[in-house]
Design a protein around this ligand. Sequence first.
Ligand SMILES: C[C@@](CO)(OP(=O)(O)O)[C@H](O)COP(=O)(O)OP(=O)(O)OC[C@H]1O[C@@H](n2ccc(N)nc2=O)[C@H](O)[C@@H]1O
Ligand SMILES: Nc1ncnc2c1ncn2[C@@H]1O[C@H](COP(=O)(O)OP(=O)(O)O)[C@@H](O)[C@H]1O
Length: 292
Amino acid sequence: MTGTTLTIPAPAKLNLFLHITGRRADGYHTLQSVFQLLDYGDELTISPRNDGQLRLQCSEATLNDDNNLVLKAARALQKLTNADCGADITLHKRIPAGAGLGGGSSDAASTLVGLNKLWNLQLSRSELARIGLPLGADVPVFVMGQSAWAEGIGEQLTPVELPDKHYLVLTPACHITTAAIFSHQELTRDTSPIKMHAFLTGQSRNDCEPLVRQLFPPVDAALRWLSGYAPARMTGTGASVFAAFDDQSAAREALRALHESAEMARIGVRGFVAKGVNRSEVYDLMMTAKDT
Ligand SMILES: C[C@@](CO)(OP(=O)(O)O)[C@H](O)COP(=O)(O)OP(=O)(O)OC[C@H]1O[C@@H](n2ccc(N)nc2=O)[C@H](O)[C@@H]1O
Ligand SMILES: Nc1ncnc2c1ncn2[C@@H]1O[C@H](COP(=O)(O)OP(=O)(O)O)[C@@H](O)[C@H]1O
C-alpha cells in the first residue's frame, strides 16, 4: 500500500440550467439540471499510510480544517476499511469555493475514487456515489465523471453528449450559501418538469437566478456585463455566471475585456475560460489508476 502516490483532478461543473420541480418530505428540493463538466479544476495528491491517520494539506488556508469535504469523504470510506488504512492528501484549490461550481463536492468525489483505488476497496461507481451523496448533492455526478442530465436532488443521472463549447466563467466576490437560497421565501419552487428536447431548444432557466440577482447586486452586474458578449446565466445557487462560446479565442477575448473593466474590478469579479468535457479524467481513473 505504501510507495504509491496518486494524482487526481477534481473538475468544476456548470449547471447549464436549473429548474426546481418540487420539495421532498425532508425539505430537499427536487431539481432538473444539466451538469456540464469542465476541463478546469482542483488537484489532489494522495499517498496511502499504514497507520490509519488522515492528514490534509490544502492550498487555501480557510479550507485547511476538519470540515474539509476531502476529510469527510475519506472518513466515510474509512468506516468500510481495516483500521490501518490512512492517507496523506494535498489539495490544490483552483475552483472558487461556494461559487456554484461544485468544488467541494468534486474534491470529495475525487477523494472517494482515489482512495477506492489506493485502499483496493473495489467499490463500484454507484456505491461510491451513494456514500458521497450525504456529503453534497453534486458528489454523484463527479464520481460518475460524465456530463449528465440530472433529476431527483441531482443523484438521478443520465449521461449526455453536449456540443463542444468554451465557457467564460465569472465569479463575483459574494458569499452565497446554498441553504440560504433554498430556504428563501421568494424562491420559485414549482416549475413544471421539462423534457430534454425543451432544454436543447433553449427553453430553460435557472430558477434561483432572479432571487440571487435581487439579493446580490454584484451577480446582477456580472450577468449584465457578460450579456454584452453572449447569453449569460448563473450556475447552481451562484455566485458564478457563465456564457458559452464556439471559439476559445472569442472566450479569451472577453476574459481580456474583463481584466480591463474598471466596473468588474471594483466589485471583485474573477474569471476563467474552460472547455466543456463530456467525460472527466475521474471517469478513466475508475478503470486504471494514474501512478506518479
Ligand atoms: C443546487 C446545486 C446544483 O448543482 O447548487 P450549488 O450548491 O452547486 O450552487 C447543488 O445541487 C447543491 O448541492 P450542495 O451544495 O452539495 O448542497 P448540499 O450541501 O447538499 O445542501 C445544502 C442545503 O441546501 C438545501 N438544498 C440543497 C440541495 C437541494 N436539492 N435542495 C435543498 O433544499 C438543503 O437545505 C441542504 O441542507
Ligand atoms: N474542499 C472544499 N472545497 C471547497 N469548499 C469546501 C471544501 N470542503 C468544504 N467546503 C465548504 O463547502 C462550501 C461549498 O463549497 P463548493 O462546493 O465549492 O460550492 P458550491 O456548493 O456553491 O458549488 C464552502 O463554502 C466551504 O465552506
